[in-house]
Design a protein. Structure first.
Length: 202
């Protein structure tokens, strides 16, 4: 059994600083930044940064964790605003695409090269894949999605999500993560949209 992670309670000022750190690193990446650079850019002291984390490496993990934590809330809020099983699956994938579009290529490259941060991305991809499985299974059970094999279909979509996270589609197709999720969303519509009932076409 793993030991539960105890999340430190942040003050409003610390959360604001963390959000500004997210904005800085998401736009520029983080490999080239030192703690001195970060402190200067955010007009704070290094001791203030050390309250958030004890090293640059830990600070990067905090930033990546905060980004995906915020993104998860945004994505679920988008899903909650739509009705219909297909619309919910599409809303989920499109929201993920929109959030990833905010990340610079520099950030994603640095993320791939730094194991602890890449592990955070992978864990969030696992959670996203689980959520897609859940949405598809619910939609098929309710009759709102095409009657395909729910588990197999969800696994294929999840496998594509992991290919995106590992950067494999970027390498093969020259496609960034956000664009890949947008294309996956289009494919899912074609795959899961219920067939038109006989006589429905004019």
């Amino acid at each position: 059994m793993t030991t539960p992670v105890v999340r430190r309670r942040r003050s409003a000022r610390q959360l604001d600083l963390l959000d500004r750190l997210v904005a800085l690193m998401a736009a520029e990446g983080f490999a080239h930044l030192t703690l001195d650079d970060v402190a200067e850019r955010l007009h704070c002291s290094k001791s203030t940064l050390y309250v958030l984390a004890s090293s640059k490496q830990e600070l990067v993990v905090e930033v990546v964790t905060q980004y995906f934590r915020t993104s998860a809330a945004v994505v679920e809020e988008r899903v909650a605003r739509v009705e219909g099983p297909l619309e919910r699956v599409v809303a989920y994938l499109e929201a993920v695409s929109s959030r990833l579009a905010l990340l610079s290529r520099e950030f994603l490259e640095d993320l791939a090269d730094f194991g602890p941060a890449a592990a955070v991305y992978r864990r969030n991809t696992e959670l996203a894949a689980d959520r897609i499985r859940e949405l598809i299974a619910e939609g098929i059970a309710d009759g709102g999605l095409r009657s395909v094999h729910a588990a197999f279909t969800a696994e294929m979509i999840a496998a594509t999500m992991f290919d995106i996270q590992r950067g494999e589609l970027t390498a093969r197709l020259g496609m960034d993560d956000a664009a890949a999720y947008a294309e996956l969303s289009t494919l899912v519509v074609q795959l899961l949209a219920p067939a038109d009932p006989p006589g429905s076409r004019t």
